[in-house]
Design a protein around this ligand. Structure first.
Ligand code: PMP
Ligand code: GLN
Length: 383
């Protein structure tokens, strides 16, 4: 693990604290989730849900996850064998990689990649095969030839992420179909990180890859309460999929954390049953804030690609004369009193994704209007 230093999020949040800059780096909301959710967790603490819960997670939550998958996607995992509660999506992904990969197995990953993925692949002793998502005029697109070329007879797993951090891309049906075809051809398991499943905009729909023909039997679908309910500090996540694959994840999870978050689990279970309006209103409000930040960035002189989902917008500072996103992010607190995250931190140094995104900066818009407007105001000074 020597090559993995402190995460870019820790580094940039510390920089924001040290300098008093507005922190649009690390993606966490500055307001809490729904009041009913918070009240339910407090009530669970008060009513004594404070000891180890069952290893698979509390039954109410496993049943609620199963209902959620049915309500949104028409899948009905068995709460007894096909749903596992984990310490956030992070642990689900970690345990899946550790449980399913042998040393030397290959893992196909979209790049830029969430920073945990390369570290987890390394922990599993597996080999990363990156497929670039390349900037286009208005977004990012999967390099299809590179995707096909990334598969080999050593491919064990495809680690997908849609909606995608950091680019905000929602993979198209066509892109998912190609991943599915290649996974079937190479008999690979797909682990898909869908933590932003409910944060999609402009009428885009999130489609879990597990719903594609032939995929249910080879896909582990991962999500968490952090993003959907604005409680990133609770670390309650889950994975669903066929019983043998979930069992492999559980075999690892039981020795990583054993169990987690007893009083949060019944609260999250109830929140998953919130009416459609909650999910729609939240996405609409976030879309409004996406537009607020995007407009501010554009008027400050950045090029902006409008994300279809997530908490993040990618800004291109080259029109302002900045070519190196990492260097700009280090200087941005001093230049403008704002913190962002360089997209190259999500890329293997020297690779095609790093090269294509070298100048780009990720800013989060999961903040109050006041904070976003303050950041936009400060950034006007960059010209
Ligand atoms: N996956 C992605 C793509 C993320 O952006 C994050 C960060 N929120 C996580 C996983 C971590 O999720 P959790 O906090 O539920 O572990
Ligand atoms: N997922 C969040 C982001 O991308 C941060 C999570 C973390 O700090 N590891 O900003």
């Amino acid at each position: 693990m020597r090559r993995f230093g402190p995460t870019v999020f820790a580094e940039m949040s510390a920089l924001a604290q040290r300098t008093g800059a507005v922190n649009l780096g690390q993606g966490f909301p500055d307001s809490d989730g729904p009041a009913s959710l918070l009240d339910d967790a407090v009530a669970a603490v008060r009513s004594g849900a404070n000891q180890y819960p069952p290893g698979l997670g509390v039954p109410e939550l496993r049943e609620a996850v199963s209902r959620h998958q049915d309500r949104w996607y028409g899948m009905r995992p068995d709460p007894g064998t096909e749903v596992l509660v984990t310490a956030g999506a992070s642990e689900a992904t970690a345990a899946a990689l550790l449980g399913l990969c042998e040393v030397g197995d290959e893992v196909v990953v979209l790049e830029p990649a969430y920073d945990a993925y390369p570290a987890l692949i390394a922990l599993a002793g597996a080999v990363q095969r990156s497929v670039p998502l390349l900037p286009t005029a208005d977004g990012f697109a999967l390099d299809r030839a590179a995707l096909a070329a990334a598969f080999s007879d050593r491919t064990r797993l495809v680690l997908l992420n849609t909606p995608h951090n950091p680019t905000g891309t929602v993979l198209s049906e066509d892109e998912l179909a190609l991943v599915a075809r290649l996974a079937v051809e190479h008999d690979a398991v797909v682990v898909t990180d869908e933590v932003y499943e409910h944060l999609v905009f402009d009428g885009h729909r999130h489609r879990p890859v597990a719903t594609l023909p032939g995929m249910a039997e080879r896909t582990l679908t991962v999500s968490s309460a952090g993003k959907t309910f604005s409680v990133t500090g609770w670390k309650v996540g889950w994975v669903t999929g066929p019983a043998p694959l979930v069992a492999a994840v559980r075999a690892v999870k039981q020795f990583l954390t054993y169990v987690n978050g007893a009083p949060f689990q019944p609260a999250v279970a109830r929140a998953l049953d919130l009416p459609d309006a909650f999910f729609a209103d939240q996405a609409a409000d976030l879309q409004r804030r996406r537009d607020l930040l995007s407009e501010g960035l554009r008027s400050a002189g950045f090029g902006v690609r409008t994300p279809a989902g997530t908490y993040f917008v990618i800004a291109d500072p080259t029109p302002l004369g900045f070519e190196d996103g990492t260097d700009l992010c280090r200087r941005l607190p001093e230049l403008a009193g704002v913190v962002g995250v360089p997209v190259s931190a999500f890329c293997e140094p020297g690779g095609p994704a790093a090269e294509a995104t070298a100048a780009l900066v990720r800013f989060t818009f999961c903040k109050s209007d006041t904070v976003l407007l303050q950041a936009c105001d400060r950034l006007q000074g960059l010209r």
